[in-house]
Ligand binder design. Structure first.
Ligand SMILES: Cc1cc2nc3c(=O)[nH]c(=O)nc-3n(C[C@H](O)[C@H](O)[C@H](O)COP(=O)(O)OP(=O)(O)OC[C@H]3O[C@@H](n4cnc5c(N)ncnc54)[C@H](O)[C@@H]3O)c2cc1C
Length: 258
């Protein structure tokens, strides 16, 4: 039996702008048949956009009536960023089976959520679903006043102009509620490593009391080879094309990609 995670082809049905840096994509179509939610509140899928082979991860904002909604942050540069900036309605993308890690222990008396713009889809889904007193700290550059469910206790921290994050420093200052609860946080990976150390060493929390996820890495270089030659080569061979024709197709696929 194959252990490879199942993949689904989905069509982009709708694309709307949520805020300056956030685009909502609704995926659907027959290719999503058999897609099953994990029901974990921060569940995510791997997304491969047309002409690419690398995945980027996106939170399942919702999965309802055969439609899967993701909210994509538009960065200065980026593989999915460039694709999602354009009108991508009608494109076919590949998504992987969902996975999740939010696991609030039963009986938790409170929940704290901390994250940047990439964590907003998960924080919105979580706050819309849990029934314990919840406090949110969100570090975003956009005005997202009505993105979280009404009545959510949220403190907005606007991202500094230089794009740096203050989340690690913020968590060290948090006034923690009494009793047992759950702490969830996601954002830039180096900040998340610092927080894990703080939670383990200073706060001495058991690992079951928190989930801290690195969602993206600062300063990683863009992949120079933005289009995978493998599928182009295999498709060309299967179609009986010559090597020259195959590499011409590869060059054409790379047009527009550095
Ligand atoms: C489990 C999980 C769930 C996620 N859920 C979401 C989600 O719902 N929505 C969402 O938009 N993202 C989400 N992310 C983060 C997203 O996968 C990354 O930000 C991804 O790198 C974006 O891909 P890209 O192709 O646009 O940019 P890339 O090609 O990966 O990166 C290009 C450049 O942009 C920089 N960059 C990447 N992310 C950021 C950022 N957040 N802020 C500033 N610079 C950045 C990189 O350092 C790099 O220099 C999630 C990540 C994980 C692991």
């Amino acid at each position: 039996m194959s252990t490879r995670a199942r993949q689904y082809d989905a069509e982009v049905l709708r694309r709307t702008s949520v805020s300056d840096h956030l685009v909502r994509l609704v995926l659907g179509g027959a290719g999503l048949e058999g897609f099953v939610s994990t029901c974990m509140l921060d569940e995510w899928v791997g997304l491969v956009v047309p002409g690419q082979y690398q995945s980027r991860y996106y939170t399942v904002r919702s999965w309802e009536g055969g439609e899967l909604t993701i909210d994509v942050v538009i960065h200065d540069v980026g593989l999915v960023t460039e694709w999602a900036t354009r009108d991508c309605v009608g494109d076919t993308v590949t998504i992987s089976e969902p996975k999740g890690s939010f696991a609030m222990p039963p009986g938790s008396g409170w929940l704290i959520l901390v994250g940047d713009l990439t964590a907003m889809p998960a924080m919105a889904r979580i706050t819309g679903s849990v029934n314990v007193p919840t406090r949110v700290w969100a570090e975003v550059a956009d005005d997202l006043g009505d993105y979280l469910p009404p009545g959510t206790a949220v403190e907005w921290l606007y991202t500094p102009d230089d794009g740096s994050s203050r989340l690690a420093a913020l968590v060290e200052e948090i006034d923690w509620p009494e009793g047992d609860g759950y702490f969830w946080m996601a954002g830039e990976s180096a900040q998340m490593r610092a927080i894990r150390k703080h939670l383990m060493r200073e706060r001495q929390l058991p690992s079951s009391a928190y989930d801290v996820m690195g969602y993206w890495r600062a300063n990683t270089r863009r992949q120079l080879r933005a289009v995978d030659p493998g599928p182009v080569w295999r498709a060309g061979k299967a179609a009986g094309r010559t090597d020259d024709e195959i590499w011409a197709a590869y060059d054409a696929a790379r047009e527009g990609h550095p």
